[in-house]
Design a protein around this ligand. Structure first.
Ligand SMILES: *Cc1c(COP(=O)(O)O)cnc(C)c1O
Length: 379
C-alpha cells in the first residue's frame, strides 16, 4: 500500500479508545492522571529514598497478592525488559541444558540466546508450526524448561503445567515461563512454575524497560548454586544481585520511576476489581467478541485453528486474499485505531489486536464494527 484510501469511519462506530497494540499497549488515562498528580513529588526524585522504595515495595506485595504467591516465593525486578531476562536466565538459571518450546518469534529468541551462550550446553528445542503449540518433553538431562504463556507473535496460548515423564513422575528441571503478554490476564498456579517473568507494557499497562520475575524457592536455590559455582556473570545480568536488591525494594541500577508508578496503578486496579480471576474473565469476554465476529464473518477467520489454543489476550485474525489487511490497518490508523497490524515476521494477511484487561470489551466490539465498515468501503 503506497497511500491510504480516504475512508472516514463514522464516530458512532469508533471505539472510545483506539489503542489495540500488543505492547506497548493501552495505558489507562486514570493511571496517567494519577502520575501527573504526583509529578512534582515523584518524578525526578531519588530511587534510593523512602517514597520510591515504598512504591517498589507496594508493587512487589501487589504482585504477590495478584498471583497468590506462597511464602518463600520472591518478586524480583531489574532493568531491561523480558528480552534482557533471557540473558539473565542463561547466566543465572540454566545450569547446563534447557529445553525450549518454540512456536513463534518470542519463544525462538530465548532458544537462540541459550544456543549462543558459550558457558552452557546446547539446548533442546521442541518446535511447532506458527498457529499451533508444542508440549514439553520430560527429560532427566534438562535442568530448565522454557515455556511461553502466550506467544504474542501468533496469538497462541499455552496452559502452564510441569512436564511429566511417561511413568507419571514430575520432571525435575525448573519451569521458566515467559509470561510477558499473559501475566495478569491468563490463569496460572504458582505451584506450576519456578520463574514466571514479564514486562510492564502489556497486561500491566505501563511502559517497557523493566523485567519482573516471580521466583520459587527452587529457583532461588538455583540462583545461589550457580553463583556459588563461580560462573562469571555480568553484574547487570546477575540474578543474585537483582534478588539482593529486590529484597530491599531496590534495583541494581536506576529504574524508570514513571514505569514503576504506572504499573503499580494497574496492579491496584486489577486487585480492586477482583484480581486475577476478574482480569482473566474480562480478557476472555473480549476474546469471545472478536473470535465470534471473525467466525461469523465472510472475509475474516481466526488464525489459530484449535479454538482451545486461541489466545484470550492477543487475537490474530486472518483476512481473505481479496481484502488487503495492511490497507485495513492503515485506514484504521488514519481513524485513530492503531497498532492492529500482524506481527511483521509472521508475514500473513492478518490483523492482530491486544485484548488486555485495560481495553474495554465494548471497544473490542467497536473495533469489529469499524473493520466491517472499512472492508465494505474498500471493496
Ligand atoms: C513483548 C514480548 C517480549 C519482549 O518484551 P521486551 O520487554 O520488549 O523485551 C518477550 N516475550 C513475549 C512473549 C512478549 O510478548
Amino acid at each position: 500500500m503506497s497511500s491510504t484510501p480516504e475512508i472516514v469511519i463514522p464516530a458512532s462506530l469508533l471505539p472510545a479508545d483506539g489503542r489495540f497494540g500488543c505492547g506497548p499497549s493501552k495505558v489507562r488515562p486514570e493511571a496517567v492522571a494519577a502520575l501527573a498528580s504526583v509529578g512534582r513529588t515523584w518524578l525526578g526524585t531519588s530511587h534510593r529514598q523512602r517514597p520510591v522504595l515504598d512504591e517498589v515495595g507496594r508493587l512487589r506485595s501487589g504482585l504477590r497478592d495478584l498471583f497468590g504467591l506462597p511464602e518463600g516465593h520472591e518478586v524480583v525486578l531489574g532493568n531491561g525488559g523480558s528480552t534482557t531476562f533471557w540473558d539473565v536466565a542463561t547466566f543465572g538459571l540454566i545450569e547446563r541444558t534447557s529445553q525450549h518450546c518454540v512456536f513463534g518469534e518470542f519463544s525462538s529468541k530465548f532458544a537462540t540466546a541459550a544456543a549462543e551462550a558459550p558457558h552452557i550446553g546446547d539446548p533442546q528445542v521442541v518446535k511447532s508450526e506458527p498457529g499451533t503449540r508444542p508440549d514439553p518433553v520430560a527429560d532427566d538431562a534438562v535442568d530448565l524448561y522454557a515455556l511461553t504463556h502466550n506467544e504474542t507473535s501468533t496469538g497462541v496460548m499455552m496452559p502452564i503445567a510441569r512436564p511429566r515423564h511417561a511413568d507419571g513422575r514430575t520432571a525435575s528441571g525448573l519451569v521458566a515461563v515467559d509470561a510477558t503478554s499473559g501475566a495478569g490476564a491468563l490463569p496460572v498456579d504458582p505451584a506450576a512454575f519456578d520463574a514466571y517473568y514479564f514486562a510492564p507494557q502489556k497486561v500491566f499497562a505501563s511502559d517497557g524497560g523493566l523485567w519482573i520475575a516471580l521466583l520459587s524457592p527452587a529457583a532461588v536455590e538455583r540462583v545461589g548454586a550457580i553463583k556459588a559455582s563461580g560462573r562469571w556473570q555480568p553484574a547487570s545480568l546477575d540474578l543474585s544481585i537483582a534478588l539482593d536488591n529486590s529484597r530491599k525494594d531496590q534495583t541494581y541500577n536506576t529504574p524508570a520511576l514513571a514505569t514503576i508508578f504506572l504499573m503499580n496503578q494497574q496492579v491496584r486496579w486489577l486487585l480492586d476489581n477482583g484480581g486475577l480471576a476478574w482480569a482473566v474473565a474480562r480478557s476472555a469476554e473480549s476474546a469471545r467478541i472478536v473470535y465470534g465476529w471473525a467466525e461469523a464473518s465472510d472475509y475474516a477467520a481466526p488464525f489459530v485453528a484449535d479454538a482451545a489454543h486461541r489466545s484470550t489476550v492477543v487475537a490474530t485474525i486472518d483476512l481473505d486474499a481479496r481484502v488487503d489487511a495492511q490497507a485495513v490497518s492503515s485506514v484504521l490508523r488514519a481513524n485513530g485505531i492503531v497498532d492492529t497490524d500482524a506481527y511483521r515476521k509472521l508475514g500473513r494477511n492478518q490483523l492482530r489486536i491486544g485484548l488486555f484487561p485495560a481495553i474495554e470489551p465494548a471497544d473490542v466490539e467497536a473495533f469489529t464494527r469499524s473493520v466491517d465498515f472499512v472492508v465494505s468501503a474498500l471493496s
